[in-house]
Ligand binder design. Structure first.
Ligand code: 13P
Ligand code: SF4
Length: 314
């Protein structure tokens, strides 16, 4: 975008933010121009925690809908706006509340652990929530004799199962259409070509179990951003959505970041634009509000997760 237009949009957004007493939260997969003018950027857990601390009437959440719903669940007194209502998530849409209920009927003693990439209605049917940064910790906190029904990401679930050694864990077969594009053969080739590079992977990657033995780190998006800041390696192979490269490159101009594949682009995340952020603040449109009865149920698994995760400080 030409600098003049960018500057004028930026001014417009600053003025609207003041008028509405609003802040902008942006996920690490947002385009660089959105990340640069956001008040906070981060992963899904970090942004939800940030939202709880914010003293503002309005939160514009530039990410995907389930993340905005999580913020609305945790901050019912705030108005949560999204720039585009089409910003869904392929993984979240892979399980419906009725399917969770049916699964529970056949496993009456099972404990449902839902990845945060689920709708509020699915969270309301679940016992615990988890994110990519605390899934292992959440599962470890559940008594070993209880069966775990893990939804919806099969790959994250497989990773947790390996890390915890838990046998009594049944996995839903959902996946993210972006992270399944990342292939172990390509990662192996990149590692040969860049022998001094560290490999960092997101646990949603479809090839995680094949590649995890030689991954240097398996982290949430914000975990990755923090890791590359402190690592002394000169290069990194980054196995997740490419939007994350913006922040990494900006903060670490002397380091080289190589995407595991350029094709790992989330079309849902990229629905959001600066222009749509302006419209949403101007017209106070696309409010995401979880109805109170549903919110009261959906908040329980999130609160359980936050408790486990704050005990372990992750
Ligand atoms: P993080 O919680 O690691 O940011 O991941 C969210 C997500 O949707 C990854 O595809
Ligand atoms: Fe959902 Fe995948 Fe996009 Fe993350 S990258 S928001 S899991 S579709």
């Amino acid at each position: 975008m030409p600098t003049e237009i960018y500057n004028s949009i930026q001014e417009e957004i600053q003025a609207l933010k003041q008028k509405r007493n609003a802040v902008i939260l942006a996920h690490n997969y947002q385009t660089g121009d959105i990340q640069d003018l956001a008040d906070f950027t981060g992963d899904s857990l970090g942004l939800a925690r940030q939202a709880q601390k914010i003293d503002a009437d309005v939160i514009v959440f530039s990410g995907v809908l389930f993340m905005a719903e999580t913020v609305s669940i945790l901050c019912p007194d705030k108005t949560v706006l999204v720039p585009d209502l089409e910003a869904g998530c392929s993984l979240a849409s892979m399980i419906q509340p009725a399917e969770v209920r049916k699964w529970k009927e056949t496993h009456p003693d099972g404990v449902v652990v839902a990845y945060v990439n689920t709708t509020a209605a699915v969270k309301a049917e679940s016992d615990y929530c988890c994110t990519s940064s605390n899934a292992v910790q959440v599962v470890q906190s559940i008594p070993k004799d209880l069966e775990i029904l893990f939804i919806p990401d099969f790959y994250l679930g497989s990773y947790v199962q390996i890390k915890t050694g838990r046998q009594n864990m049944t996995l839903w077969k959902g996946y993210c259409h972006v992270h399944v594009m990342i292939q172990s053969e390509r990662i192996a080739r990149l590692r040969k070509e860049h022998e001094h590079a560290e490999l960092i992977m997101h646990p949603e990657c479809g090839c995680l179990t094949k590649s995890m033995s030689y991954a240097d780190q398996i982290l949430s998006t914000e975990g990755m951003v923090q890791y590359v800041r402190k690592s002394e390696a000169p290069e990194f192979i980054v196995a997740t959505e490419t939007g994350i490269l913006h922040k990494m490159r900006k903060e670490n101009p002397d380091k080289n970041f190589i995407p595991a594949t350029d094709q790992a682009v989330c079309n849902y995340m990229k629905q959001n634009t600066l222009e749509k952020i302006v419209s949403s603040l101007e017209q106070m449109r696309h409010e995401v509000r979880v109805p109170e009865a549903l919110r009261k149920r959906a908040v329980l698994p999130i609160e359980r997760m936050l408790e486990v995760s704050s005990n372990g400080k992750s």
